[in-house]
Every structure is written in C-alpha cells, then in structure tokens.
Design a protein. Structure first.
Length: 104
C-alpha cells in the first residue's frame, strides 16, 4: 500500500496522515463522517479509524453505524487499540483510540 505524508493544521494541532486508508475523527456530523469512512472501506477494504480525547465516542459510533447498519454481515471490527499520552506540559493525559474495520 502506498504511504503518503500530508500535514494539516486544525485547532493548533498538527496531524500526520501516514496511510491513505486512515481517517481521523474530528468534530462533525456522525452520519456524514460514517458515509465518508464507508467510501474508504469500499475503496480499500480496510480502514484505520482514529480519534483522540472527546472524539473517541464519535469514532465508536461511526464504527457501529458501519458494521451494524451500512455493511451489516459484510464488515467486522478487526482490532481496537486504546492508548493514552501525556500532553507536552505533562499535566494532562489524552486518550486515543484506533478502530480497524475490515470489509468482508
């Protein structure tokens, strides 16, 4: 799979996209994001859905919409990775999630 590196700045955060089939969940309409993610799954067969902090519930909802509604019986969650990292000042802990969804 081709690896690309693009940098985008949003809300003073720099996000590094390293895979074409990676989607980083930000603020937005859940159903619209689910459609965007579903398009990527149909194109690549596998998607890495990632979120940080307050956007984790959105990522979980999107994964459920895709696997239980849009592609029911034609997709599955391969793996869920949870992690936490300290912010630069060391005073706050930021949780992260990566949900890997496969099309059957």
């Amino acid at each position: 799979m081709k690896t690309q590196k693009t940098y985008t700045t949003e809300d003073d955060l720099v996000v590094l996209h390293t895979k074409e089939n990676e989607y980083i969940v930000k603020d937005g309409q859940i159903m619209e994001i689910a459609i965007d993610v579903m398009d990527l799954i149909l194109k690549f067969g596998k998607i890495y859905l990632k979120a940080k902090g307050q956007f984790i519930p959105n990522a979980v909802s999107i994964a459920n919409i895709i696997t239980e509604n849009y592609l029911k019986n034609n997709s599955r969650i391969e793996k869920i990775n949870l992690d936490s990292e300290f912010l630069e000042n060391g005073s706050k802990l930021l949780s992260t999630i990566e949900i890997i969804i496969l099309k059957s």
